[in-house]
Write a protein that binds this ligand. Structure first.
Ligand code: NAI
Length: 697
């Protein structure tokens, strides 16, 4: 039917279609800035109907060419043989798939409105389709918005420049970051394409506005800031209904970020306000990774909150009850996971800001059966590993294997801290020369009670991840259980001091000075978020080490100078943004069913490999965040290759890898083509509408 409709449609004189107001005339064209401006409308419409593949390598070369289609389901066709029928079925499902892809905005030449959108102001009030003054003349006619927007046309570049100037004025007048956050949210509510365009163009400056640290403040007051529903809430009262609820969400979903709001950015239990963190994170997936914003789903699991001030707040929009615990809690998680998998079997699920006591268990329960990962545990670990590899380069190390010479002190035995040391430990073992047991000796783990040794009574299962490190660290007279940080730093002669403790000022001047005395270039990573929780500032580290520290923090800091020599210390930010978008993209494009540890390690290697000589000389241990799209693509390439090595990649991807050169040129192009680009594309009504018009005709 679709094929017939297409053929009839293509044969129609365009001027008659113009009479129907789909196109005012054959030459009214599309946006002059669009690559498709010279294309004939009939070709563009057939693209809309046939779809446009994001994965062109997977398709037979004739798949999108109607002239080569031998399988028109036409009453006049002769009866088919069994083989022909099978081939026909194959093509039909391919056509279905292509049809679905036609809604994708990443590489489409056009945007097809969803079926229930009506001409006119409805389009202007839909943030997905709205272009404001960016509708050109023919679109204003076609979509019925002529006269509903100001007369003059402004391109997306001009619009982005205007909004950016507003952001600059806010920055220069020292407006609170939260005001900038609200300004951007309002833009997102009006015009998503422009929002993502702005975010992509100014990701370095805007990432801290839409995500940590500003999003923390937004989450604290989320009920008050709430204007427009986004994402999905699942509560303990929804048990038994979650599966059917997923159908309330229209469209395909490629990635879900889910939190239970129990430990938002080190700000503690924020209950249903955690939704802000899922939304902010997915904005970064879109801007940094090139995910289509129509295919991301932010989720907050509202299982209650133990935050008294929220429970007493009459405007709090979450459930007014204490957090679920034990079996009841895990039943909610399990039903949610099953519901998502049933509705979107290939979607990636990213766990975000779950408190430590549940985070590890949830990850352990699902990591082998679902495509999922926990960014606080695994993403943080991978970015810290990338930072350590980068630091080795700054230290003049010959290669990554020199990681085995490092002695690490980790302050913080929570999910972030233990995730980091587990990955570093693996990297030390993999670097060769040390057994698993020997490698434990490179690590000193501290918590709020000081150094953790074999004498520590650990709580299970909460502290299971600490156990092997504790067992291997024999308590001595010099360093007994509970030893202080200064003692541990001094007596261990550690080379790297890492903090995931949430304790501001934990790296005191004495401790930092000691690091500077025992190391030419001490590695100092205060990773706790937000800024107010950081173990030290860049200024404190630079002052105490006279600018020699190789510094990286969780929240952003300014470069700082040493007190004596004035040497400039680079304040790197170990931002998980380096890892998660590329990891997610690679996992999805490869078709992997699970995220392996090796994929995370590969991501870390990809990042440090991107450092230039000049950056290394200046003390940079990460590439520039403004390059995040390319960084994510490079990370995705490594993840795909790792998936292929593990036998997890689909055949079409393996074929690309096998025919590729040493620089992964083809694979890189494949990834780049899949990335969503926030641009205005000509907008048309959906196929069904066109078909109805044709049938009427
Ligand atoms: P958590 O609350 O589960 O763990 C904190 C740990 O710090 C506990 O083991 C606690 O005993 C320990 N601690 C408390 N006081 C201490 C002290 N005086 N000395 C040494 N240890 C002490 O928190 P979680 O989830 O592990 O996160 C920790 C921090 O890491 C948070 O601030 C979070 O924002 C940050 N983080 C940073 C990321 C990044 O930089 N990319 C990503 C994820 C988390």
């Amino acid at each position: 039917m679709m094929r017939l409709a297409l053929r009839r449609f293509s044969a129609l004189p365009l001027r008659r279609l113009g009479d129907k107001r789909w196109y005012s005339s054959a030459d009214d064209g599309f946006d002059a800035t669009s690559s498709s401006s010279k294309a004939q409308p009939e070709i563009i419409i057939s693209e809309a109907i046939d779809g446009f593949s994001v994965f062109p390598q997977e398709l037979p070369s004739n798949a999108r060419d109607p002239s080569k289609d031998d399988f028109i389901n036409d009453a006049t066709s002769p009866p088919r043989t069994r083989e022909q029928q099978m081939e026909y079925n194959k093509h039909e499902s391919l056509r279905d798939w292509l049809g679905r892809q036609s809604r994708k905005r990443s590489v489409d030449e056009i945007v097809v409105l969803t079926g229930n959108i009506h001409r006119g102001s409805e389009i202007l009030h839909n943030a997905v389709y709205n272009k404001g003054t960016g509708f050109n003349h023919s679109e204003r006619e076609r979509l019925g918005v002529r006269g509903l927007v100001p007369p003059r046309f402004f391109s997306i570049e001009q619009q982005a420049e205007k909004i950016w100037q507003q952001q600059v004025v806010m920055r220069e007048s020292n407006a609170p970051k939260i005001a900038r956050w609200r300004h951007l949210q309002a833009l997102k509510d009006r015009n998503e394409t422009l929002f993502y365009r702005l975010l992509q163009e100014h990701v370095e400056e805007l990432a801290p506005v839409i995500y940590t640290p500003t999003v923390g403040e937004a989450c604290l007051n989320y009920s008050r800031f709430f204007r427009r529903a986004r994402g999905m809430f699942f509560t303990k009262d929804d048990v038994g209904h979650m599966h059917s609820m997923t159908y309330n969400w229209r469209g395909d979903v490629k990635i879900v970020v889910v939190t239970d709001g129990s430990r938002v950015l080190g700000l503690g239990d924020l209950g249903a306000h955690g939704m802000g963190i899922s939304i902010g994170k997915l904005d970064l997936y879109v801007a940094g990774g090139g995910f289509d914003p129509q295919e991301v789903l932010p989720v907050c699991l509202d299982v209650g909150t133990n935050n008294k001030s929220l429970l007493n707040d009459k405007w709090y929009f979450g459930l007014n009850s204490q957090r679920l615990e034990g079996g009841d809690y895990y039943r909610v998680i399990d039903e949610f996971m099953r519901a998502i998998r049933h509705r979107w079997p290939n979607a990636l699920i990213q766990f975000e800001d779950f408190q430590t006591k549940h985070a590890l268990e949830i990850l352990t329960n699902y990591r082998n059966d679902y495509l999922c990962f926990n960014d606080d545990i695994q993403g943080t670990a991978a970015v810290v590993l990338a930072g350590v590899y980068g630091a080795l380069k700054v230290l003049g190390g010959k290669d990554r294997s020199e990681i085995r010479k490092q002695k690490f002190v980790m302050c913080g035995a929570g999910s972030a801290g233990m995730g980091i040391v587990a990955m570093l430990h693996k990297a030390v073992v993999k670097s060769g020369g040390l057994s698993e047991e020997e490698a434990y000796d490179n690590f000193y783990i501290m918590d709020n009670n000081g150094l953790i040794t074999n004498e520590r009574k650990l709580e299970f299962p909460r502290e299971a991840a600490v156990e092997p490190f504790a067992k291997a660290r024999k308590a001595t007279k010099e360093l007994p259980d509970g030893a202080s940080l200064l003692d541990v730093v001094t007596k261990s002669k550690c080379t790297a001091l890492l903090g995931a403790s949430t304790v501001n000022g934990l790296f005191t001047e004495d401790v930092l000075r000691q690091m500077g005395e025992q190391n030419e270039r001490p590695i100092i990573f205060p990773l706790s978020n937000p800024t107010s929780n950081a173990e030290c500032t860049s200024e404190e580290a630079a002052k105490a080490t006279d600018g020699r520290a190789v510094f990286s923090s969780g929240s952003p800091f300014e470069d700082a100078k040493g007190a004596v020599s004035g040497r400039l210390m680079r304040a790197n930010q170990g931002n998980n943004l380096y890892i998660f978008p590329g990891l997610g993209l690679g996992a999805l494009l490869s078709g992997a069913k699970t995220i392996s540890e090796e994929m995370l390690v590969s991501s870390a290697k990809a990042i440090s490999d991107m450092l230039t000589e000049d950056q290394i000389r200046r003390g940079c241990i990460f590439p520039l965040i403004k390059e995040i799209r390319n960084i994510s693509a490079r990370v995705a390439v490594r993840v795909i290759k790792q998936a292929a090595e593990e036998g997890q990649a689909k055949r079409s991807v393996v074929a690309i890898i096998e025919s590729d050169d040493e620089h992964d040129t083809k694979l890189y192009k494949y990834v780049k083509r899949a990335q969503y680009v926030p641009e205005y594309r000509p907008t048309v009504f959906p196929v069904e509408e066109i078909r109805r018009t044709v049938d009427d005709y």
